[in-house]
Design a protein around this ligand. Structure first.
Ligand code: IVH
Length: 670
């Protein structure tokens, strides 16, 4: 052994124990007992020791959750004990029949039951050998599944190792799911990024777990509940299901706290009724309850019929459906100009939530389902966050219903609409379409981008309609007076909006890149681009090949970026943003050394020897900031011919006034 001293090994072990403890508290018990910074520090320390002593890295070290290289396909794993599916019952009478039949088969009047929620995700099996997670796989066809170990390792609530008393083999089974809050948040972000939202949490969980690149799975906040023991060898496990769940919980697995041990069928019915009424409070989708015979001996005695156990049954919740009238079909124009049809519904409550609209995706979807205006339609919320139209109720048609086709002209700007041959989507051909501009502006001012508070949809729309703004760069030219006149907004609020616009000028480069709304460039890619290129100028010159070297950037994104910067109108917008004083550089690229750094300029009147935009450009290149209004913070007012009221204001506030000549002299020296 090298000069590694024992204290390092001790520290390493202590760190792992500590980190595993906080992981367990956070991911399994949902408790946070350490600040993010302190946690990161522990992780950093562990990583640095491990990088110095690579032979001390173990596969269950908390640093080893993500990191496996992407694979080209999943290998197959055989399930030594098949993963079965469940028979269903849909009403009390069927449940009672199942109970009576089971009693009869057991030759008893009663038996112990465990009730559990039926989580709507995907089943996985996790195998531990001598306490270490060796592999994890999907259910597949029940006999063979896909080896998704590397992806499962990224789920924080799956222990990479379990305590020492588990020498032997243990296979546990559980349901991987996408927490609903994270699902909603992810879809909100996807919509902001003009990506198609995922249709439901189950498909997303499955899609996320079956990514060939574990770093992608790692970005999806999947979770798991363990609901069963597959098999064990060489480990003393309890002889009934309830105690087994307790035993697994002790080992560090995440067990659903809503499981219930019952002795009477009436308790099962109460459990079902309770969760039917309260499932909305859960942060995961459920589609029923699972009723299990508790004793393993009884389970073995009952056995299976075909692929379903006789010892368990799913008592399904009725899917949350309702029928309502589709009164009209509206169309939103997206940031890319896509025409997005949606159903306007007579408001109806489905599972406690009032639904007024539902997406219709595209024209093909409407045609395939033969949805017509005036139809009665069945809508469904089955754990899904986005309500879906299942089908029209054809029997209820009166003959007055109207078939729908997407218009040939844009509903917002009346320009021609085209259908891209490779997509089912229609697009407005007018780059300056007001609908499209509105979406771009909404995106730019949104929380995740420039975070301009007070600029709500209505104000943006009114500013656009009044022609006060046409694109995102015009936001920086609005005055408080304009806002007040336009929206009958009080002076104080108008000033607040202007302040917030001003404040947004200091947003980091990554936010600006994201805010530009380049197709497929989400906030994460934007961050990568900012840290890689350090300025918009450099990014705008990046070629496809260099972009393709970046993490998470594939052909689609690279093409979209180069296409964006190849358009003169986009480059004009960027130039205007720079002139308005946005720093289009990462702070690493220092502006402090520039001669106008931190100086605020206001321009008024007509310049004779250079255009206004050339002057503005020069100021910002030299590190200065151009603002629209003269305030106590203004450093210089550049006054040309026929200056406006800004000059008077500058005089009143005793602000330094520059003639065009003086200005030219100033910039000439640099
Ligand atoms: S027990 C043979 N318990 O439902 C019994 N399954 O239709 C095996 N599921 O593939 C399953 N929650 O993915 C069990 N508490 C729970 C469950 C559950 C969800 C899923 C599981 C299984 C499917 C069966």
């Amino acid at each position: 052994m090298d000069i590694r001293d024992n204290s390092i090994v001790t520290r390493l072990v202590t760190l792992r124990v500590e980190i595993n403890k906080y992981n367990y508290l956070y991911y399994v018990l949902d408790r946070s007992e350490i600040s993010d910074e302190a946690y990161d520090q522990l992780m950093q320390e562990l990583k640095s020791i491990e990088s110095k002593y690579p032979d001390l890295v173990t596969e269950d070290s908390p640093t080893q959750r993500v990191g496996a290289a992407p694979s080209t396909r999943f290998t197959e794993i055989n399930h030594p004990i098949p993963l079965l599916s469940l028979g269903n019952v849909f009403n009390t009478a069927d449940l009672e029949n199942w109970y009576t039949r089971t009693c009869h088969l057991l030759g008893q009047d009663t038996f112990e039951i465990v009730c559990e929620l039926k989580m709507d995700g995907l089943a996985v099996a996790l195998t531990y050998e001598n306490g270490i997670l060796k592999h994890g796989s999907t259910r597949g066809d029940g006999f063979h599944g896909e080896n998704v170990t590397q992806n499962l390792r990224t789920i924080g609530s799956i222990p990479l190792s379990i305590p020492d008393n588990t020498n032997g083999t243990l296979e546990v089974r559980g349901e991987v799911y996408f927490p609903l809050s994270s699902f909603t948040e992810m879809n909100r972000k996807r919509e902001l990024e003009n990506l198609t939202p995922f249709s439901n949490p189950r498909n997303s969980a499955s899609g996320s777990l079956r990514q060939l690149d574990p770093t992608i799975t790692n970005q999806r906040p999947l979770d798991i509940f363990i609901y069963g023991l597959g098999y064990s060898d060489g480990i003393n496990t309890p002889n009934n299901h309830w105690d087994t769940m307790g035993f697994l919980q002790e080992l560090g697995f995440k067990i659903n706290p809503n499981n219930l041990h019952c002795t009477h069928l009436s308790e099962v019915k109460e459990y079902y009724d309770y969760w039917l009424a309260n499932r909305e409070t859960l942060n995961y989708a459920t589609d029923g309850i699972v009723v299990k015979v508790n004793e393993f001996e009884q389970q073995t005695h009952l056995g299976n019929v075909s692929r379903e156990p006789r010892w368990a049954v799913a008592y399904k919740f009725p899917s949350e459906q309702a029928i309502t009238r589709l009164t009209d079909i509206g169309i939103n124009v997206g940031r890319t100009g896509s025409l997005n049809p949606y159903a306007i519904l007579e408001p109806i409550s489905v599972g406690g939530v009032t639904i007024k609209t539902a997406t219709l995706h595209n024209e093909d979807y409407i045609k395939e389902k033969d949805i017509r205006i005036g139809d009665w339609v069945i809508i469904q919320r089955a754990g899904e966050v986005i309500p879906q139209i299942i089908s029209p109720v054809v029997q209820k048609r009166t003959g007055g219903e109207q078939k729908f086709s997407l218009p040939t002209n844009c509903p917002k700007c009346n320009s021609k609409v085209i259908r891209k041959p490779e997509e089912s989507m229609y697009y407005c051909t007018n780059y300056n379409c007001i609908g499209r501009a509105l979406e771009k502006i909404k995106h730019f001012v949104s929380k995740d981008a420039m975070d301009i508070t007070g600029m709500g949809e209505k104000l943006c729309e009114n500013l656009l309609t009044a022609n006060l703004i046409r694109d995102i760069s015009d936001i920086y030219t609005i005055t408080a007076d304009e806002i007040m006149k336009l929206d009958k907004i009080a002076e104080l609020s108008a000033n607040k909006i202007i302040d917030s616009i001003e404040k947004s000028k200091t947003r980091p480069l990554s936010r600006i890149i994201f805010g530009l709304g380049i197709l497929h460039v989400g906030s994460q890619v934007a961050e990568t681009l900012a840290s890689q290129y350090l300025s918009l100028e450099k990014l705008s010159k990046a070629d496809k090949q260099s972009l393709l070297h970046l993490p998470n950037v594939g052909t689609k994104i690279a093409d979209s970026i180069t296409d964006y910067f190849s358009q003169t109108k986009n480059m004009d917008i960027i130039r205007s943003l720079e002139i308005s004083g946005l720093s289009l550089r990462q702070s690493d690229e220092n502006t402090e050394s520039l001669p106008f750094h931190g100086m605020r300029f206001v321009l008024t009147g007509r310049l004779e020897n250079l255009t206004r935009s050339a002057a503005e450009h020069k100021i910002s290149v030299l590190g200065g900031v151009i603002t629209n209004n003269v305030t106590g913070n203004t450093d210089f007012v550049l006054s040309g011919k026929d200056p406006g009221s800004k000059l008077q204001k500058a005089l009143n506030l005793e602000i330094r006034i520059l003639s065009e000549e003086e200005f030219l002299y100033m910039i000439d020296t640099y």
